[in-house]
Design a protein around this ligand. Structure first.
Ligand code: 4AD
Ligand code: MG
Length: 461
């Protein structure tokens, strides 16, 4: 008999004479001639309550069905007389699939701290909170594909191994072609000297350059995949490996870019509220009471759009003592971004036209000679969630900027070719997928929204 997922068993309108449910025991309560099991199979937040009478097939096995064990239960789905659930499963037979030692099973029935759960990342998806989080993560991935598919964007697979530093920030992890055995016989210095089959290779920091290639041929495209930063920042918002969504549009300017970013965030917020209502409710109850209000605000209110120069004026005139200085030409720090979104505007803010000195080489220069057509979307609780720009499509301007920055463009001949042959205005951005999940759940540490966090000096599992 095929198993019925708990989400399907519980959402029906009628009882079912004979179903088979499989999952992990969350709790067991024994009365005199009857036991109650709460079983969860990860398909939804709710457990199914199993009622097992003494006369049932396999009743003796129940003593080994402790918290964490995997079980199969066959029986009748009936209306529950108990409080808190509509349906319960009257067991006709139970089977123990995999026992869990009660002494050493780490997930006992109590609230565990996020710090502790990080040390058991292989078991934390079995908790209510992380089950909900990773279901939302999955739903949002699909919602992203649906959003772009509906708008006629092509999905491009950009490479993970690359020779080019898109952001020019020197934060790339180097890759070696040494095999593990070969490496074992070498000294550390010999090992680091070996590269990728005779070339320098790195893990990509961004799929943007590849996305630009495809935008300049397919029109509207996006890439969505893992990216890597060898950033030495041990913060709650930075990971060494994170997922980035990067749309890129041909025949588009900065306003089109801001419009797309805003429409995307609104659409994903709506998707989480409508499709993940039960899981979002968990975060609203146990993690962040203000979550529903904040999400409603993002979905329903237009984002503020603010030139960088105006942002600097607001920050310098607000009377706040910031740890980092504010002034035209200085990058906005997280504290500044949070002041704008949490105190001054109380909602998302799109800051645009940044000074060129603090932005990447590929951004389109504005006529004022000092700023570029860049935009960052800032949101409450997080700060920067999206970074993007119009790209410099004028070959002479791009070449001059590259020379000015002392970059070597030899490796980027193909990137310059896009400007030599049928160059078009184009624009795009990168959305940090983990930061999106933090926004949508109220979780404040990036380590808690990615299945296996890789952060500064931290690699386990
Ligand atoms: O602002 P960033 O560095 O922009 C780019 O990489 C561009 N090439 C994107 C593009 O235009 N196609 O990164 C984009 C976003 C940030 O706004 C942030 O949300 C996220 O990626 N991000 C990180 N998320 C987690 N950990 C890190 N270390 C991150 N660095 C950037
Ligand atoms: Mg940025």
């Amino acid at each position: 008999m095929k198993r019925t997922k708990i989400i399907e068993a519980l959402r029906g309108d009628a009882g079912r004479a004979d179903i088979l449910v499989k999952g992990w025991v969350r709790t067991r309560r024994d009365a005199k001639d009857v036991s109650f099991l709460e079983v969860n199979d990860g398909s939804c937040r709710a457990n199914i309550q199993v009622v097992a009478d003494v006369g049932m097939d396999g009743y003796a096995l129940l003593k080994d069905m402790g918290v964490g064990s995997a079980v199969a239960v066959r029986g009748e789905l009936v209306a529950s007389p108990g409080k808190g659930q509509r349906w319960e499963l009257r067991a006709a037979s139970v089977e123990l699939i995999g026992a869990a030692d009660q002494e050493s099973y780490p997930l006992q029935k109590k609230r565990h701290s996020d710090e502790f759960l990080r040390t058991i990342a292989h078991l934390r998806p079995r908790t209510n909170k992380y089950g909900a989080l990773f279901r939302i993560r999955s739903e949002m991935s699909f919602a992203i594909h649906e959003f772009f598919h509906a708008r006629g964007f092509a999905y491009v697979h950009s490479p993970i191994l690359t020779g080019s530093d898109c952001e020019g920030a020197g934060e790339m992890f180097r890759v070696t072609s040494l095999g593990a055995q070969e490496a074992a016989g070498l000294t550390a210095a010999e090992r680091t000297a070996r590269d990728f089959f005779g070339k320098d290779a790195y893990l990509t920091v961004s799929g943007q350059l590849a996305a630009e290639v495809f935008a300049c041929s397919l029109g509207d495209v996006y890439t969505f995949g893992p990216t890597f930063r060898a950033e030495h920042s041990d913060t709650s918002r930075h990971a060494a490996e994170f997922w980035m969504l990067e749309p890129e549009m041909a025949f588009a300017d900065l306003v089109d870019d801001m419009d797309l970013g805003e429409a995307l965030l609104k659409s994903l917020t709506d998707a989480v509220l409508t499709r993940c209502a039960e899981d979002v409710e968990l975060f609203a109850s146990f993690v962040d009471k203000e979550l529903p209000g904040r999400l409603g605000n993002i979905r329903d209110r237009p984002f503020v759009r603010l030139p960088y120069g105006e942002a600097v004026k607001i920050l310098s005139g607000c009377g706040r003592e910031f740890a980092y200085p504010v002034g035209f030409g200085l990058d906005l720090q997280s504290e500044h971004e949070r002041y704008l979104t949490e105190v001054h505007f109380r909602g998302p803010v799109v800051v645009f036209d940044y000074p060129k000195e603090i932005k990447a080489f590929y951004m389109r220069q504005n006529d004022d000679g000092r700023t570029v057509a860049a935009m960052d979307v800032l949101v409450p609780g997080i700060g920067e969630i999206i970074g993007g720009s119009a790209r410099e499509e004028r070959l002479d301007v791009l070449e001059a900027r590259v020379a000015e920055l002392g970059l070597t463009m030899d490796d980027y001949w193909w990137y310059l070719d896009l400007r030599r042959f049928g160059s078009v205005p184009h624009a795009g951005f990168g959305l940090g997928f983990e930061r999106l999940l933090m926004l949508l759940t109220g979780i404040t540490n990036i380590r808690d929204v990615i299945p296996f966090p890789r952060t500064y000096r931290h690699l386990e599992f």
